[in-house]
Design a protein around this ligand. Structure first.
Ligand SMILES: *[C@@H]1O[C@H](CO)[C@@H](O)[C@H](O)[C@H]1NC(C)=O
Length: 255
């Protein structure tokens, strides 16, 4: 009896977690990053908040049942000499903290394609591939229970509108495509901005996609992605899966 009870306890603990895999299918090294929302009901996973992923390698880990957080890839990083500056340690997607992102404020420097999860919020898993902060890598989120698989499978760098294009690597290749909001914010124009849905534009009705510069470039190429702050209205931005199906999610970079 005792060992049976112990086994039950073990199963209960194990089933209170979810499984996520991050697979780097890019033919080059990327540095995945993991950030947990400070208000995540399930708290933080034990998984390290940043790691180096060689080409064609995968890492699988558990997250809490009610995890709320994001995962993305960082490009062209170099943490040598203790460089933890998010703006210079990686070409894009860099976070405060260096290789391991800080628990507080450890989100990525745009542009970055981001996998967003809000697991088991009242019985529903919510997830999306966000381009709100621009694009830096192709991405797809798949699962093992047949729920939708949002993605942005194409390289949005080369054909990116000129004013959004970049940053660029050492041979001049664009490793990102910023959103109009990111470009405007870098120019100090985040406030009262229809591209950012700020201030008087901070409701879905007041911030339609037609008012967002170059929205169509992102949405036309990646119709299943979340392409601006209120993209739910497209009907193809935010995805759900019943939490009791306990999906195992795989985030593939360069699917
Ligand atoms: C990184 O760059 C952004 C945008 O220019 C700036 O706001 C931020 O302070 C910089 N971070 C650091 C640590 O220098």
């Amino acid at each position: 009896m005792k060992s049976f009870a112990a086994l039950l306890a073990f199963v209960a603990v194990a089933s209170a977690d979810r499984v996520i895999t991050v697979y780097n299918a890019c033919p080059f090294t990327v540095w995945p990053a993991l950030f947990t929302d400070p208000n995540s009901p399930g708290g933080r996973p034990a998984q390290v908040t940043g790691w180096e992923a060689g080409k064609f390698t995968a890492v699988t880990f558990n997250v809490p049942e009610r995890w709320n957080g994001r995962i993305w890839g960082r490009r062209n990083c170099n943490f040598a000499n203790g460089n933890t500056d998010p703006n210079t340690s990686c070409l894009d997607g860099g976070c405060n903290g260096g290789l391991k992102c800080a628990f507080i404020g450890g989100t990525g420097v745009p542009p970055a394609t981001v996998a967003e999860f809000n697991l088991n919020a009242d019985g529903v898993d919510w997830y999306d591939v966000s381009l709100v902060d621009g694009y830096n890598l192709p991405m797809r989120i798949t699962n093992d229970v047949g729920c939708p698989a949002p993605d942005c499978p194409v390289d949005l760098g080369p054909n990116c509108p000129a004013e959004l294009k970049g940053p660029f690597d050492s041979v001049g290749f664009p490793v990102g495509c910023k959103s109009a909001c990111v470009v405007d914010s870098l120019a100090g124009k985040n406030a009262h901005n229809p591209n950012c849905c700020t201030d008087e534009f901070s409701t879905p009705g007041a911030c339609p996609p037609s008012g967002v510069r170059h929205y169509d470039y992102f949405k036309r190429n990646c119709p299943n992605s979340y392409a601006y702050a209120y993209d739910e209205s497209s009907g193809t931005a935010l995805w759900t899966c019943a939490a009791n199906r306990r999906p195992h999610y795989t985030i593939t970079l360069c699917p």
